[in-house]
Structure formats: structure tokens, C-alpha cells
Design a protein. Structure first.
Length: 201
């Protein structure tokens, strides 16, 4: 019986893998004063290995441009993992890390984000990112690994994903935090609704 079912199960698994790989990430039209999605022109380039899909776009408001990046993993293996030391939110050959840490706030959308301050030739960029695993947002990689294990046990078909947003700033990051908080309040509900719709398609 196992010999008969083996090729069939392999075909089902392969079909599922290709079906997820052929999905396309779509970002929503801007709302609440934000214009986009727009073409991307930036030296900020996250490096993730082996995602089924990844995409970057940008939105503008009041002369501020916020870049949005996401990478989705449906089927993970040792060299294709969402939470991995091989992945990075910036290219270390181009950018230098100035500071990092967990930034918590109560906005009802994400409980916290991981914050990176990076700089390149006097140009500063603030990056916020978090993971969404099994529909649950977290900025804690340890908790993220536990959620991935739980999703695997429950055979959940939603992808594990990272969502990152970033904005340029002159010197003080406080102004950049204000912009990203406004972006989260104004755009994140629509973005997450769109990404969740794609993962359930």
C-alpha cells in the first residue's frame, strides 16, 4: 500500500509546492493620505534565501517615502528558512548597523517590532520588522520558531512571512519613528488584509 501511495503523495506535495510558488504578492492601493504602491528606488535591499515569494514596494505621504518588504515561506528546509542567521534586513557590504532593539507600542495591530538603525555614507534609515506565523504577529525570533513548530503540528497552510517597513531620516530617529507609526496606523490594516488574502487564495 505504501508503495502504491508513495508516488501519489509525492505528486500532491509537488503540486502544492508549485501552486504556492506561482502565487503573486499584491500590495493594496494607498489609503488615509498614503499614495501607492509605487516603484522602488532605494539602496535598501533585504537579503532572504529561498522564499516562495518576496516583494518590495513604497508609499508616500507629506514628502515621506516608506518602503515595504515582505518574504513568504510555504515550505521550509534547512537552507530555506524564514528565521535564519543567513537572512538579513540589510546588505552589510553597503550598510552599517548603528543600533538595534525591540520597540514596543500598543496600537492594536502589532504588539512590537524589531528596530534597526542603519547608515550608509551619512544616509540613515530606520527599519521596523516583525514576523507573521500562522496569522500571529511577533518580533521575537524565539517565539517565532515556536509558532512555526505549532503551525507544522497543526498542518496550517498559511505561509510564514516577514513584514518590514523602512524610512530615510537625517540624523535623529524620532522623526522616522513618527512616520512609521503613522504608516502602521494608516496602511498596515489594508496591507495585512491583502497579504492574508493572498495566503488563503
Amino acid at each position: 500500500m505504501l508503495i502504491i501511495l508513495g508516488p501519489f503523495l509525492q505528486k500532491v506535495s509537488t503540486y502544492y509546492y508549485h501552486e504556492q510558488s506561482e502565487r503573486t504578492i499584491h500590495f493594496p492601493v494607498g489609503v488615509n493620505g498614503w499614495e501607492g504602491p509605487l516603484e522602488v528606488s532605494t539602496k535598501w535591499n533585504p537579503l532572504f534565501y529561498g522564499p516562495n515569494q518576496e516583494k518590495m514596494t513604497s508609499y508616500t505621504k507629506d514628502n515621506h517615502t516608506v518602503h515595504v518588504f515582505t518574504a513568504h515561506y510555504y515550505k521550509q528546509s534547512e537552507d530555506k528558512e524564514l528565521i535564519s542567521e543567513n537572512n538579513s534586513l540589510y546588505d552589510s557590504k553597503i550598510w552599517t548597523l548603528v543600533d538595534k532593539g525591540l520597540f514596543a507600542f500598543d496600537n492594536g495591530l502589532v504588539p512590537s517590532v524589531y528596530e534597526l538603525n542603519i547608515q550608509r555614507q551619512g544616509s540613515y534609515r530606520l527599519v521596523w520588522y516583525w514576523y507573521v506565523i500562522g496569522g500571529v504577529p511577533t518580533a521575537n525570533p524565539i517565539w517565532g520558531k515556536l509558532l512555526e513548530g505549532l503551525s507544522h503540528v497543526r498542518h496550517q497552510e498559511k505561509p510564514s512571512m516577514i513584514v518590514a517597513i523602512s524610512v530615510y531620516y537625517d540624523y535623529y530617529p524620532e522623526s522616522a519613528r513618527t512616520v512609521l507609526e503613522e504608516f502602521i496606523q494608516g496602511m498596515l490594516p489594508e496591507i495585512m488584509k491583502s497579504l492574508d488574502k493572498e495566503s488563503n487564495a
